[in-house]
Design a protein around this ligand. Sequence first.
Ligand code: OAD
Length: 234
Amino acid sequence: MLTVSPRDRPFILTGAGVSAESGIPTFRGVGGFWRNYRIEDVASPQAWRRDRRLVWEFYSMRRRLASTARPNPAHFALTRLSRDLPRLFLCTQNVDDLHEQAGSRDLVHMHGELFKSRCDSCNRPPFEDTNLYEPPAEIPRCGCGGWIRPHICWFGEVPFELDRVYHALDRCTLFVAIGTSGTVEPAASFVARVFGRVRSVYLGPEEPANASCFTECHVGKAGEILPGLFAIGG
Ligand code: OAD
């Protein structure tokens, strides 16, 4: 049990594991996306230049999967927690919208959002988009002539809102990571940044690659453990 107070500033980092119980595959586990697709084929700027249709096939498939997914008890527990702890900072590597569906607001999607697209050339802001761009449909173009791409941070690109993320990390009074393998930077190093300063807690069915940086690991499924993990104190 983690006792926290409304004065605390918990930094919560979520990964694919928090959505696993909603039926969305993780990346590296059994049945994970990277067991069936190669990152360099579908999730890099080079892949986009080489084969835009294959990239859209991958993200259209993920849109289809995520569109029927509903939040699980872990997403709802985090929403309740953020109501009790107004200074809580929620940062997700996930591109699905399950935190929002559960009622969470003002979170950071550091790897982008599955249901948004943007132009690959101009500064037009990202826009809501639930289309499935699959062959033989044409890849849509922006008015400027650029191609419309998923609003996703690919390998080799810089994650979103890192200034806000590091500002929150450096002020947090507790660090909690849930359902992330601790293998993808920069998120994998967030716990090292707070090491020795605040309590750091991992929650997932197995220890992550960066387990040695955490002060404690709670082994189990997020949907089962998270709803009872926190106690609100004075
Ligand atoms: P991974 O697939 O690497 O790791 C998922 C983690 O979730 C594993 O450590 C599992 O043990 C854990 N897990 C599985 N079921 C769980 C459950 N029910 N409750 C809690 N944990 C569970 O996914 P991420 O670490 O999120 O980036 O991957 C990080 C990034 O790598 C992703 O955002 C994505 C990927 O490539 C991009 O696409 C840019």
